[in-house]
Design a protein around this ligand. Structure first.
Ligand code: NAD
Length: 354
């Protein structure tokens, strides 16, 4: 049995990783999460009573608290997901992105390295620090037949992707300079259950159900490569347990879709699954509203995931069609989860949202 420290475990992907580890392995997890607006303990309800799960509300920029957590839980692996993650928020206010994504990753690296230095030889050799990152560090693609590989040069466009690129560089420098055992993964756009409703797919589902406009940036021609979050969670667990130190693995689902087509697919599924529409709405797709494009908006992302498929035998289980159907069905069945996000009650009084 391994002890895994998961930062950002109350977020969208982190909570999927924690649910996967608790449900499908015999390992234990300690979540380190500051509980920003994006952190939601209700996404961890399925594991909350499990004795292999623990939660620590800690900011990854707080070195003394991190030292306490490492000493107390003695992890074998770190999976570092905590980050500010929303591109639009990074454009409106980059400061938190610099603080959490860059300074926070640096603080995690130093706390983890000090802890690792104190381990006995066999645990030291087995230790892994897995940094979870994004394909947005590569910038964008303009053709239709090229893909990001692990050796694509970095060219980030937004404050978000620049801060993630910085953190990736720090992680690789800690490997090269200190011999600290790191692994990096860069993944394409995730979607699925428990996704915060500011992101495209849940926003479209919930706005459509409420009869509100469905905002689409520019002409909606931007292409993203979509991966079902549970497929990502399985890939991350495989990488931290079986990946090679010092390697980078790109993760993606071979599911390139134009944003406008994603929105139309969601509308078609809602037509099928929720035929009783809000008053005044004849077709959900009539709610599509084109809005001014995001500054610096990347045109196309597409991942070549051949390395993780070849070396670790990972394959996504969901196609886009099966995953998006599951996702829409999940939102329809879990109104209490997203209603509590919308009205702020998921955060109790901690964020002053109520
Ligand atoms: P999220 O915004 O849903 O969750 C982030 C979590 O980190 C939240 O629980 C939040 O409370 C926590 N957090 C934020 N600042 C913190 C701090 N200073 N200290 C401790 N905890 C803090 O993000 P997500 O979509 O789950 O993404 C997780 C990771 O995966 C991020 O590193 C992101 O860059 C990366 N990633 C995301 C995607 C995607 O499509 N969502 C794709 C590729 C990579």
């Amino acid at each position: 049995m391994k002890r895994i420290l998961v930062t950002g475990g109350a977020g969208f992907i982190g909570s999927a990783v924690v649910r996967h580890i608790i449900a499908d392995t015999n390992n234990s997890v300690v979540v380190v999460d500051k509980l920003t607006y994006a952190g939601n303990l209700e996404s961890l309800t399925p594991v909350a009573d499990n004795e292999r799960y623990a939660f620590e509300q800690v900011d990854i920029c707080n070195r003394s608290e991190l030292d306490r957590v490492f000493a107390q839980y003695q992890p074998d692996y770190v999976m570092h997901l905590a980050a500010e993650s929303h591109v639009d928020r990074s454009i409106d206010g980059p400061a938190d992105f610099i603080e959490t994504n860059i300074v926070g990753t640096y603080t995690m690296l130093e706390a983890a390295r000090q802890y690792w230095n104190g381990l006995d030889a066999s645990r030291k050799e087995a230790f892994r620090f897995h940094h979870i990152s994004t394909d947005e560090v590569y910038g964008d693609l303009h053709g239709t037949d090229d893909f990001f590989t692990e050796t694509t040069p970095y060219a980030p466009s937004s404050p978000y992707s620049a801060s993630k690129a910085s953190s990736d560089h720090l992680v690789r420098a800690w490997l090269r300079t200190y011999g600290f055992p790191t692994i990096v993964t860069n993944c394409s756009n995730n979607y699925g259950p428990y996704h915060f409703p500011e992101k495209l797919i849940p926003l479209i589902i919930l706005n459509a159900l409420a009869g509100k406009p469905l905002p689409v940036y520019g002409s909606g021609a931007q292409i993203r490569d979509w991966l079902y979050v549970e497929d990502h969670a399985r890939a991350l667990y495989l990488v931290v347990t079986e990946g090679a130190i010092g390697e980078t693995y790109n993760i993606g689902g071979h599911n390139e879709r134009k944003n406008i087509d994603v929105v139309k697919t969601v509308c078609a599924l809602l037509e099928e699954l929720v035929p009783n529409k809000p008053e005044g709405v004849e077709h959900y797709a009539d709610l599509i509203t084109y809005v001014t494009d995001r500054p610096g908006h990347d045109m196309r992302y597409a991942i070549d995931a051949a390395k993780i498929e070849r070396e670790l035998g990972w394959r996504p289980q969901e196609t886009f069609e099966s995953g998006i159907r599951k996702t829409v069905q999940w939102y329809l069945a879990n109104e209490s989860w997203w209603k509590r996000v919308q009205d702020g009650s998921y955060a109790g009084e901690r964020l002053g949202l109520q």
